[in-house]
Design a protein around this ligand. Structure first.
Ligand SMILES: Nc1nc2c(ncn2[C@@H]2O[C@H](COP(=O)(O)OP(=O)(O)OP(=O)(O)O)[C@@H](O)[C@H]2O)c(=O)[nH]1
Length: 366
């Protein structure tokens, strides 16, 4: 499915009538067994809109409460089949690639991350809204079962493959750190130059974005994985550590606990990541000078203790965001260099220190 300018955003506004038509019944953990995605939604999924777009990737995120039918839509689109009966909740995130169309779908069980304000290069294609009361929704969710549908949105991202086509080096970079430290925002700032403020919704599972950067005439493709900081998703994210080339480990300078947890994160990294993985410690939200709970010197000291590079960043102002990723790309480039002199002389710690010797940015006002 892709953005289609003629498509009506609110074509599936009245979800209650779909439910009344016998598709959905008991709102218990297994009560969605008989749920079939509405015919209109299935029809939309079969729309062959990508036919003439071989050079375009459309990333569509399926969002909505557990049990509303996201997996069914995905399977239907991918295989043309509807799997009835066996509802099992998705853990983490998955995507499917339809080679001919070069469409990639990813799925999350999280609620709508952007609300009505999707970033400029994203477009809400379809939205279904429940008229049920929010309180009722929360009550059911708190009992552990899937609540009624609150919001069901399809976002589509248009991205030219051209910039990703040529590169000499590839690096997998992961963003790690406690929930709420700003991992998704750092990625969005780096990738799209956007800051997502306001309604914060935690990442569920894991997702990635690509960006090609140039380091001394070498094109390095960074595949950046945004992980969920919440404890309950750790088993999902551990599986991705092993083949990561670099890890950006974030804490929030206004949240002391997130800083205190860095040692635990480093132990986890030691356990699951490769021994030679590049690690960079980032003290994020550096724009919030007034609310600061962790001094820059404390971050520097901890980084020295573990022999990792360090800088403070702000996803809001953009401070050092590009530098963090570029420094990692540079380190990986020099490591893989055939020139032994280059390999031995470059130090990411020294490089970062040198690049960050600039006056700090002013405190934030919000
Ligand atoms: N002032 C300020 N706020 C930020 C910054 N980075 C993130 N935030 C805010 O912090 C909140 C959490 O940001 P996210 O990027 O979603 O956090 P996360 O680390 O991805 O969280 P999980 O997905 O739960 O692991 C959001 O409300 C952001 O707007 C920053 O640099 N400065």
């Amino acid at each position: 499915m892709a953005a289609d300018d003629s498509m009506d955003d609110d074509v599936f506004e009245d979800v209650d009538s779909l439910r009344v038509s016998g598709q959905k019944s008991t709102p218990s953990p297994t009560g969605y067994r008989d749920y079939k995605p509405p015919a209109e939604v299935l029809k939309l999924c079969q729309t062959d809109v990508l036919e003439d777009c071989e050079q375009i990737v459309h990333k569509t995120i399926l969002l909505g409460d557990s049990g509303v039918g996201k997996t069914s839509l995905l399977v239907k689109f991918d295989t043309g089949r509807f799997q009835s009966g066996n509802f099992s909740a998705t853990v983490g995130i998955g995507f499917t690639v339809s080679g001919r169309k070069m469409a990639r779908f990813s799925k999350t069980i999280a609620a709508d991350k952007w609300g009505d304000k999707a970033p400029a290069n994203y477009r809400r294609v379809v939205r279904v809204k429940s008229t049920k009361k929010l309180a009722e929704n929360e009550r059911r969710n708190s009992q552990g079962g899937p609540g009624p549908l609150l919001e069901y949105s399809f976002f589509s991202r248009r991205e030219s493959l051209k910039s990703d086509e040529t590169y000499e080096l590839f690096a997998k970079v992961m963003l790690l750190g406690d929930s709420g430290v700003g991992k998704t925002c750092i990625l969005m700032q780096f990738r799209d130059g956007l800051f997502l403020s306001g309604n914060y919704i935690s990442t569920v599972g894991i997702d990635f974005r690509n960006k090609v950067v140039t380091v001394d005439q070498t094109k390095v493709k960074l595949q950046i994985w945004d992980t969920a900081g919440q404890e309950r998703f750790r088993s999902v994210t551990h599986a991705y550590y092993r083949d990561a080339h670099a890890l950006l480990l974030l804490y929030d300078v206004t949240n002391k606990t997130s800083f205190d947890n860095i040692r635990a994160w480093l132990s986890e990294i030691r356990e699951y990541a490769q021994d030679d993985v590049v690690i960079m410690l980032l003290g994020n939200k550096a724009d919030c000078g007034g609310d600061r709970a962790v001094r820059r010197e404390d971050g520097e000291r901890l980084a020295r203790e573990y022999n990792v590079a360090f800088m403070e960043t702000s996803a809001k102002s953009g401070q050092n965001v590009e530098l963090a990723f570029l420094a990692v790309a540079r380190e990986l480039k020099y490591r893989q260099s055939g020139n032994r002199a280059d390999r031995n002389t470059f130090s990411v710690q020294d490089y970062v220190k040198e690049q960050t010797q600039r006056p700090p940015c002013p405190p934030c006002t919000t």
